[in-house]
Design a protein around this ligand. Sequence first.
Ligand code: GLP
Length: 240
Amino acid sequence: MKIIVADNYNALSQIGADLVIGLLKTKKNAVLGLATGTTPIGLYQKLIEAYKQGIVSFKQVKTVNLDEYVGIEKQNEQSYAYFMRKNLFDYVDIDLNNTHIPNGSAQNLQKECIDYSLLLTKTRQDIQILGLGSNGHIGFNEPFTAFDSKTHLVKLSQQTINDNARLFESKNQVPTHAITMGISEIMAAKRIILLASGKNKAKAVYDAINGGVNAKCPASVLSLHSNCTFILDRESASML
Ligand code: GLP
């Protein structure tokens, strides 16, 4: 596992974006695994800048997102589908038909998980971008999720609900369930980039890197991947 400690959030975002830009320059039809959360927003802004400067195009790019809340329609501003449009898709030349996000308001959620899993077997990520939960989760794979898990329905932990409450009007508006790509499907990516910024991620970063491979910290599985880079800022790296 490679660890890069950037000076600040802007530098972290640029380093992450440069890895994606490098891929898109050599592989126009790359598959990008995308993450939501506040951490990758800066990276997406850098990708938009690169697109506007004519450095990259998303015309042939396919994307697969990690996760989506259950019970929130994709038009809802709190959905991850809306997040992706407002933070990336609306500003680049991507074909929305090539973008994939689990449907958290599907009638049959179990079937949605199976269908998304099937899609992933045919759409392997060239790069998977990850954020990190303060409890070490990746996607919405909470502590003690099986490492061989595929796309599944999860009940969010109280810590995750508390962390994500800042993005809702009140804690009781935070969905209690989500659909997430499984750990084995994240690990199937050819390359993984995990971004972590800020002091509240320092313990999870420490556990992921120094705690040994342990289901208690899902991100610790990443040390078993052959091409994974952690891009941190000084605060998130402060316990290393
Ligand atoms: C959510 C997402 C994760 C993300 C995490 C951290 O739980 N499902 O994919 O990594 O939030 O979010 P933030 O980057 O806002 O700290």
